[in-house]
Design a protein around this ligand. Structure first.
Ligand code: KE4
Length: 433
């Protein structure tokens, strides 16, 4: 592993012309005490940095690359589309074919609108829920991240059922005054908030599997409880499936858990590595969206043929029999390997995983909400991350993210990862954690 000299030099240059040297904060790797890699190319499960070092990649661009980097069929589809023009700003058949594909795969979606990011999808879904119900208040959960939507950039107030406070500079209190932040997996807190504010609640938005505080699955009954509470109060249930959509199964978390939201937000995998987001719902709900309805939302590059070609190719490959079984078996193998190595090393870790998304916490117990996640040893995670990097394995540069296994990861890659963990956990021990 040669020094990451060129990455460092690019980072110094980047910091002069990009905020923090990056185009998205978490990539700065500040949370894990190092500087970011600068990647020259990627193929399958691997990425190469500018210094020529190769890494097995478990970030997969934060989830989109479920088939691995530069899948030949996806690259071919992008090339073909590019030859015919990258964006028309005029409808094209690829948008129709892609919409039909999403409707076919996602159980609760009858009509879908494409946008260009998960954030746009969520921002539109919130506006749609308020338009449909004529209500203002939104319930979200502490530790869930839904993109940089002003109304959802809130941190939990103390206690439960409190209104959010801005979690970012530039977000006025008035904008988050209608946002209630509750502990994830706490159905009683939701019940109380609904009793207090029921008829004012436009929607509850939830990551059906939380992937932005590390991976925290829903406890039994949580999602169904949200469904029932929304029914009872005439509020809409929004599943933010930007991570879980097409990840857990073809139909995402709603198919995996058998709980169906009123509005679904999608991103990441749907674009096959190009910028695509989407929100979808029933015919009745989506009839509110302009130009049919009064809820306005628009986008210059929405549905552009290049991104549609990449996304449609990806979704069609995901329909192939056996893909999810293989993804999940590989992820389970990795989980077992990590647990065995930790046990052999005498290091206490908890691995939480749903399908091919998961994460490791340095704690001796399972965690079911953000307060519990915050008791985990994030310093130890930083040591683990840096040691794994030295052994050619790239994990999420933050404890509060997920690892993703792609269809391109081979058993050899997984074995190399488990072997690297042997070394990395030794480093954690030597660091006194
Ligand atoms: P984008 O706007 O980044 O496409 O999607 C926002 C978003 C919405 N909902 C969920 C559940 C998400 O996880 C995200 C974005 N995820 C983060 C990391 N988990 C993207 C990485 C980054 O911000 O750089």
């Amino acid at each position: 592993m040669s020094l990451r000299k060129l990455s460092y030099e690019y980072y110094e240059r980047a910091k002069r012309v990009l905020p923090g040297g990056v185009n998205s904060p978490v990539r700065s790797a500040r949370a894990v005490g190092t500087h970011p890699l600068f990647i020259r190319e990627a193929k399958g499960a691997w990425i190469w940095d500018e210094d020529g070092n190769r890494y097995i990649d478990y970030v997969c661009s934060w989830g989109p690359l479920i088939l691995g980097h530069s899948h030949p069929k996806v690259v071919e589809a992008i090339k073909e589309a590019a030859e015919r023009g990258t964006s028309y700003g005029i409808p094209c058949k690829l948008e129709v074919e892609m919409a039909e594909q999403v409707v076919k795969m996602v159980p609760s979606i009858e009509v879908v609108r494409f946008v260009n990011s998960g954030t746009e999808a969520v921002m539109s879904a919130i506006r749609l829920a308020r338009a449909v119900t004529g209500r203002k208040k939104i319930i979200k959960f502490d530790g869930c991240y839904h993109g940089h939507v002003d109304a959802l950039l809130v941190k939990a107030g103390s206690g439960v059922a409190t209104f959010g406070m801005p979690a970012s500079a530039g977000v006025p209190e008035e904008v988050v005054a209608q946002t209630i932040v509750l502990p994830y997996n706490d159905l009683e807190a939701v019940r109380s908030a609904m009793e207090l504010h029921g008829k004012e609640i436009a929607a509850i938005i939830v990551e059906p599997v939380a992937g932005n505080m590390g991976v925290v699955p829903p406890v039994d009954g949580f999602l169904r409880g949200l469904r029932e509470l929304c029914e009872a109060q005439g509020a809409l249930l929004i599943f933010d499936e930007v991570i879980t959509g097409f990840r857990l199964t073809q139909g995402g978390a709603q198919q995996y858990y058998g709980v169906y939201p009123d509005i679904t937000c999608l991103g990441k995998i749907i674009g096959g590595g190009l910028p695509v987001g989407a929100y979808g719902a029933s015919v009745e709900i989506m009839a509110h969206v302009a130009p049919d309805g009064q809820m306005y939302q628009a986008g210059t590059l929405s549905g552009n043929p290049l991104a549609m070609a990449a996304g449609l190719t990806t979704l069609r490959i995901l329909e192939v029999e056996g893909i999810y079984e293989e993804l999940n078996e590989k992820a389970a193998y990795l989980e077992r390997g990590l647990k065995e190595v930790a046990e052999n090393r005498g290091v206490t870790i908890t691995v939480q995983r749903v399908g091919s998304m998961g994460c490791g916490f340095f704690t001796d117990r399972s965690v079911k909400n953000f307060d519990e996640v915050k008791t985990c040893n994030t310093e130890a995670y930083g040591v683990f991350f840096r040691a794994m990097l030295d052994k050619g394995v790239y994990l999420a540069p933050s404890q509060f993210e997920a690892f993703f296994v792609s269809y391109a990861h081979t058993m050899e890659d997984l074995d190399k990862t488990i072997e690297a963990a042997h070394y990395a956990l030794k480093k954690v021990l030597e660091s006194g954690y």
